[in-house]
Design a binder for this molecule. Structure first.
Ligand SMILES: Cc1cc2nc3c(=O)[nH]c(=O)nc-3n(C[C@H](O)[C@H](O)[C@H](O)COP(=O)(O)O)c2cc1C
Length: 328
């Protein structure tokens, strides 16, 4: 069993990555249903939370069925981070996570996200401020370093553990790499093998199949893995990996019925959460992913992403089922 503070997880847990505009409650519910062991919210701006920005506040919505769930915050100001951790605690998540990995310019420029990889002292101060402002376990997600010449994850891990974080997820890329190249898991394994490190270390980057998950599990000896992009439109990845670990066999691929059901649930849950209008609009970006690889899907997709009435979208999904179910 793995422990993050008082949160107990099964051995070698599979984590759903925090992903802006993706890891919201409807998507998390699908991932939970299909085997994710720990999930994180989209990142939330500490300044936005303090300003009481509606968009930031809505990202605090969590539901009991998805526990354990962590809420991720980012920011470059100690006071704002401490205060926002307190705001986060009011909705009672299981974990508060700090993002020190976001490579996007608008975040980095404010000294937040991966920006702090250039300033470990600041990173430590920000983390300490959060740890001291909450009784919840605090975790961190970060990258290897700023660029190839400044890989500093070894020092970062020790110093963040020393100020009280309870787990660390490492994306095996530098900020300079953004999402290019292949994630390098060697430095992540090095952190795990550091005898000074006692907290769980989770690896992240490019896991997109049960084979790769098993290979990396065996090769790097980490405490678990976090999956991002491969789960988008494919929440089945979690149970597929677990089944493969347990049996060495592949689960059958999701059928068209499974895919339609996932898309239908996604839309229904998005409408339950955000109301009909926003639910319809915000689910649009997901249909292509659920039906990846299905030939001649374009016509149906076109309807799913243009119709405002959910009945029309459900009708298009029903037609997809009729048309494709025998072929897949
Ligand atoms: C659309 C998208 C949004 C993301 N948003 C966040 C975020 O809000 N917080 C964060 O820590 N990482 C974010 N990431 C990075 C992922 O959590 C993850 O580290 C990265 O995608 C590598 O993992 P993967 O190869 O399994 O996708 C995002 C990635 C994507 C693709």
């Amino acid at each position: 069993m793995i422990r993050i503070g008082d949160v107990a997880l099964p051995d070698f847990p599979l984590l759903l990555a925090p992903m802006e505009d993706v890891s919201d409650p409807p998507f998390r519910r699908l991932c939970k249903q299909h085997g994710a062991d720990l999930m994180y919210s989209e990142f939330i701006s500490s300044e936005g939370l303090i300003r009481d920005a509606m968009k930031s506040k809505q990202k605090l919505d969590i539901f009991d069925y998805e526990r354990p769930v962590g809420i991720q915050i980012f920011g470059g100001d100690e006071e704002a981070m401490a205060l926002s951790a307190k705001i986060v605690a009011t909705v009672n998540p299981d974990i508060v996570d700090i993002n020190f990995g976001c490579p996007v310019k608008k975040v980095v420029c404010k000294g937040a996200g991966a920006g702090v990889l250039k300033d470990i002292d600041l990173m430590v101060r920000l983390t300490k401020a959060v740890v001291e402002s909450t009784t919840l376990p605090v975790t961190v997600k970060t990258r290897l370093g700023w660029d190839d010449n400044s890989i500093n994850i070894d020092e970062v891990a020790e110093r963040l553990q020393d100020v009280g974080i309870k787990a660390l997820t490492i994306h095996g890329r530098t900020r300079a790499q953004m999402y290019k190249g292949e994630a390098d898991w060697e430095p992540i394994a090095r952190v795990k093998n550091n005898p000074r490190i006692t907290m769980p270390i989770f690896g992240n980057g490019d896991i997109d199949s049960p084979e790769k998950a098993l290979e990396y599990k065996n090769k790097y000896g980490l405490d678990g893995i976090m999956i991002g992009r491969a789960a988008i439109g494919y929440p089945w990845i979690f149970n597929e990996i677990k089944h493969y670990f347990a049996t060495g066999e592949h689960l059958p691929a999701p059928t068209i019925e499974d895919r339609v059901e996932a898309a239908r649930n996604h839309l229904t849950w998005a409408m339950d959460w955000k109301g009909e209008r926003l639910g319809v609009v915000e689910t649009r970006r997901h249909y292509t992913n659920y039906f990846k690889g299905i030939p001649h899907f374009k016509e149906y997709r076109q309807r799913m992403v243009t119709k405002d009435d959910p009945a029309d979208v459900f009708a298009a999904l029903d037609e997809v089922l009729d048309k494709f179910s025998v072929q897949v």
